[in-house]
Ligand binder design. Structure first.
Ligand code: PLP
Length: 667
């Protein structure tokens, strides 16, 4: 079962909201502008939901418009305020020079400010209000700049950190300024009392999908008397403030959510949410010693936790949690696809290591106790898995090392060769940026390092590694090193470079081409490079001559089942890393099939056996999303095994998965 802890990105739809939406689509489907009875029913629904929203938000005499979501609400509010500022300026009032927004505001706000400032030709200065390390606005700065501000935008609560803004303090800082004030209420809806009309807030946008309504429905509060310019002109719906036939199923669903908020039964109270957060926080601190919270919990939403584990990249933590079916994010959902440090945490002045390892966990106010207990248990298992796999910054367990393992970062590869029987190991071309990670692996493994080798002149990585593990160094000079039954030999090349040959089975070639290695290698020797920007992993002298193969065929789940029916002898290979295999689930298949576990970082060990299989033997790779399996299948095809496939979309799209990885399935 999936544990969804990314509620600040979006939430599932509440059952009651789903029923209300379905009924608005199937039965009460009228157009509220129609004057017949079907239309009147729809009109009554809109009026009822608007009334509920007005009560809950404390909107007083202010207007509430239904629109598509917060981004549209923000555009409408910014356009309205800027249009009014332009009119003021035309009338000779030039006090407004600045458009201010909180430095941690959702991107929709500064982007809308810049967009409409340009489009309306206002030429005002768009400037960020600094925040402190606690994520709250610098009120002294705001007070000093408020007299020259035309519009001030400050969110009620932050989507990445949960930090709650001091709205009363902001209001006091704006005293005496003629500026307009926009408060982005998206993350506060249903979690904080906003008392909109009691404050001088002019505009407040909301999105239904952050609180159990579907995507595509939102609200905009406009204070009584605040200027308004429609973004959408047309049929005159919403009192001509927002034209376009209303999203009735969305409004009905939002109505059901607001009703649940009012009845007080479906949502947990503040004290319960704080208790849930404390349970999660304690589980996290126990599972990941050294963990730090990136925002003070005391003035954050109880439903958001943002933390870092020093020494652990957020990508690794995200992969770990995802493998345990715990969905979290590295920051806002919009920026999650881009691997960039969070601008929110940067604006708070947190150190780079902390912003690079940040993870956000967020749940909705409808969370149940059992859900939190299960989340805590999975967090515990994640911490344990990390230590078992030598991935934790400290407290790792011993590890048996054997065979060849690749360490890759930004196209640079280092190779670790270990032999479990003789308990010896060798490192080739360690990239400097991976020295600490490699050192950690060596410490967990505990074998003497009999050589740290490099194929070219760049020595920083080797030096850094030697400095990190002096206790394990037992370097043997010479031209050849024994590794169990195998021997690694140095092959001198031109210009002081060299390659290392492991019994003519594998050549650690550095930057050398197959031609440079000449007769020292066989047509089937695997060439392992030091630079691999295209993630090709390995080649052979014979494959280097072949034309580049395109993508390997991808099978969707139905096509895989069909292939397995026809070829029960097919081999399935799980190329996820061991920590994912330990936590993750395996596909449930109709027929018993042989599954081999071979992480992408260790493929070299298995390639000779796979390449020796009959040409008609299907080999299907799978991973979490379909990317790594595609890399592996392409590699096999390039090396000459035609019938290599990748499971399209990976396990993420597999319809049924076994609850836990079944070790019996793996050989
Ligand atoms: N403001 C905040 C604080 C948000 O968290 C979001 C969504 O993440 C938005 C605005 C934009 O909302 P939507 O994408 O629903 O329009």
């Amino acid at each position: 079962m999936e544990i969804y802890l990314d509620a600040n990105a979006t939430t599932p739809v509440l059952d009651a909201a789903r029923s209300a939406a379905l009924s608005a689509m199937a039965e009460d489907f009228g157009n509220p502008s129609s004057i017949h009875s079907t239309g009147l029913k729809a009109r009554a629904l809109i009026d009822r939901v608007r009334g509920q929203a007005s009560r809950l938000l404390g909107a007083g005499n202010g207007r509430l418009l239904f629109l598509s979501g917060a981004t549209e609400g923000i555009q409408t509010a910014v356009l309205s305020a800027l249009h009014a500022l332009r009119a003021r300026r035309a009338a000779g009032d030039t006090t407004a020079e600045l458009l201010l927004y909180g430095a941690t505001e959702h991107k929709a706000v500064p982007e809308a400010l810049k967009h409409w400032n340009d489009l309306l030709g206002l030429g005002l200065q768009v400037q960020a209000i600094p925040v402190g390390t606690d994520g709250r606005h610098d009120l002294a700065w705001l007070k000093a700049h408020a007299p020259r501000a035309g519009l001030v935008c400050t969110m009620a609560a932050n989507n990445e950190t949960g930090v709650i803004s001091d709205l009363d303090g902001i209001e006091a800082a704006l005293a005496g300024s003629a500026c307009f004030w926009l408060v982005d209420g998206v993350q506060a809806l249903g979690k904080l009392p906003l008392r909109l009309a009691e404050r001088r807030i002019d505009y407040a946008p909301f999105s239904g999908h952050k609180l159990y309504a579907p995507k595509g429905i939102g609200l905009l509060y406009v204070r009584e008397g605040a200027p308004f310019t429609p973004l959408m002109a047309g049929g005159g719906q919403e009192g001509a403030l927002r034209s376009g036939t209303e999203n009735m199923s969305g409004i009905a669903a939002l109505g059901a959510v607001l009703e649940a908020l009012e009845d007080g039964k479906s949502f947990r109270d503040h004290a319960t949410l704080v208790r849930f957060r404390d349970q999660l926080a304690a589980a996290l601190q126990q599972a990941f010693p050294g963990l730090v919270f990136n925002a003070p919990l005391a003035h954050s939403l109880p439903t958001t936790l943002n933390f870092s584990v020093p020494g652990l990249a957020s990508r690794l933590l995200l992969d770990l949690f995802d493998a345990a079916e715990l969905r979290v994010s590295g920051g806002s959902a919009c920026s999650a696809a881009k691997a960039q440090p969070s601008f929110v945490l940067q604006a708070m002045g947190l150190p780079d290591e902390q912003t690079a390892s940040a993870v956000r966990m967020s749940f909705g106010p409808a969370a149940e106790e059992a859900f939190i207990v299960e989340a805590c248990e999975r967090i515990r298992v994640c911490g344990e898995t990390l230590r078992e796999n030598c991935l934790a910054p400290a407290g790792n367990q011993a590890l048996v090392g054997d065979g060849i393992t690749r360490f890759l970062l930004d196209g640079e590869c280092g190779w670790l060769l270990a032999d479990a029987t003789s308990r010896r190991c060798i490192v080739i071309d360690p990239p400097a940026a991976l020295a600490e990670r490699l050192a950690q692996q060596l410490r967990c493994q505990g074998y003497p390092v009999v050589a740290v080798l490099q194929t070219g002149p760049q020595a920083e990585g080797a030096e850094a590694l030697r400095a990190a593990v002096p206790e394990l160094l037992a370097e043997e000079t010479g031209e050849a090193w024994a590794l169990g039954t195998q021997t690694l030999r140095r092959l001198a090349l031109s210009e002081g470079r060299c390659a290392y040959l492991l019994d003519q089975r594998v050549a650690f070639a550095g930057r050398a081409t197959a031609a440079e290695l000449g007769n020292a290698v066989l047509p089937a020797t695997l060439l392992a490079p030091a630079i691999d920007t295209d993630n090709r992993i390995a080649s052979t002298p014979s494959s280097a001559l072949a034309r580049t193969a395109g993508p390997a065929p991808s099978l969707d789940p139905a096509a895989l089942q069909a292939l397995l029916r026809e070829h029960p002898e097919a081999l399935l290979i799980d190329v996820r890393e061991p920590f994912e295999q330990r936590l993750g689930q395996t596909p449930t298949l109709e027929t018993a099939v042989r599954i081999e576990a071979m992480p992408i970082s260790r493929l070299l060990n298995a390639l000779p056996a796979w390449l020796a299989m009959p040409a008609e033997q299907p080999i299907v790779f799978f991973c979490r999303s379909g990317n790594r399996s595609q890399v592996a299948a392409q590699l096999l095809q390039r090396l000459g095994h035609e019938r290599a496939y990748s499971l399209a979309g990976g396990l993420a799209l597999w319809p049924q998965r076994a609850a836990v990885a079944d070790p019996a399935l793996y050989v």
